[in-house]
Ligand binder design. Structure first.
Ligand code: SAM
Length: 283
């Protein structure tokens, strides 16, 4: 079996297959032997779990997941990688590679088909160019998964794990907080990758909530309100929330009634403030 975190092994596999990294696909492969075992340990509660991986690369994390889980299904967009993965993961009979774009696949259908009867987690060293859309998709599609353990750029981790109502919060923070409990697990420096990116990373865990704040019914509509308001995050909410059904009069009266200062900014509102405003005006 290959030591897939050994830089010389990786280089020789890549060379043998004439593989060159694609910057456009966010290809920075892990070469630190400690990172993937730690991610796999954090993601997989017990050996009965199924794991959906996004972007296996040459399989360094996949191998660690396969050692600890019942079954691993890994979605890879780059068609040059499955033949390499067939070689690097040939000792494992519980891994399946699915070719495709994670943003386009029907993940609910995939999970139901591939992990029937199993509890499922998602684990990935995400391609950073699509961090937010991938995380939003994983959350908004209400997938039958227990947790999402992913490596993201450090700055993205700060935003994803920020508290709603603080300066670090963005629209994605509100979504994460609504669907999950977010925590930072550990820091990973840029030197842990080949090629080394210009930024450091952090592994985070999103534990999906069984109970969610407020009864917001149409989640897509709620998040449209949140995303629209965050495009004017430096303005007061009398300005940033004044669109669609929210006229100045309705908005002002609702804020007064809810005891929310008209001069507040969207980033200062709590989850309850946001769901209250939504339910009163936008629902
Ligand atoms: N898991 C490997 C590791 O940790 O060394 C590779 C991680 S690399 C940061 C991201 C991987 O995601 C690459 O293999 C890349 O080809 C793949 N990828 C990029 N965009 C993708 C997409 N839209 N859907 C699925 N995989 C994608």
């Amino acid at each position: 079996m290959y030591d897939l975190s050994d830089i010389n092994t990786i280089k020789s596999i890549l060379k043998k297959n004439g593989f060159s990294f694609s910057k456009a696909l966010g290809q920075n492969f892990i070469i630190d032997s400690e990172v993937c075992p730690m991610m796999a340990e954090a993601a997989i509660p017990d050996a009965g779990f199924g794991v959906l991986e996004i972007g296996p690369g040459i399989g360094v994390l996949t191998a660690q997941l396969a050692q600890r889980a019942e079954r691993v299904v890994a979605v890879e967009l780059d068609d040059r990688l499955p033949p390499i993965l067939n070689e690097t993961l040939k000792g494992f009979d519980n891994v399946k590679i699915v070719s495709g774009d994670v943003l386009k696949l029907d993940l609910k259908e995939l999970i139901e088909k591939e992990f029937s009867g199993m509890k499922v987690v998602i684990c990935a060293n995400l391609p950073y160019y699509i961090t937010s859309p991938v995380i939003m998709k994983l959350l908004e599609e209400n997938l039958p998964v227990e947790a999402i353990v992913v490596m993201v750029q450090k700055e993205a981790a700060d935003r994803l794990c920020a508290e709603v109502g603080t300066r670090d919060a963005g629209a994605v923070t509100v979504a994460v907080n609504y669907y999950a409990q977010a925590e930072k697990l550990f820091f990973v420096g840029r030197d842990s990758f080949l090629p080394a990116p210009k930024v450091d990373s952090e592994v985070i865990k999103l534990s999906l909530r069984a109970d969610r704040e407020g009864d917001i019914g149409d989640e897509a509509k709620f998040f449209t309100m949140v995303k629209t308001a965050f495009t004017k995050r430096r303005k007061t909410i009398m300005n940033s929330l004044c669109f669609g059904p929210a006229s100045k009069e309705t908005l002002g009266a609702t804020l007064d009634d809810l005891g929310i200062p008209r001069t507040a900014r969207i980033e200062e509102l709590t989850m309850k403030n946001l769901t209250d405003i939504y339910n009163r005006i936008f629902a």
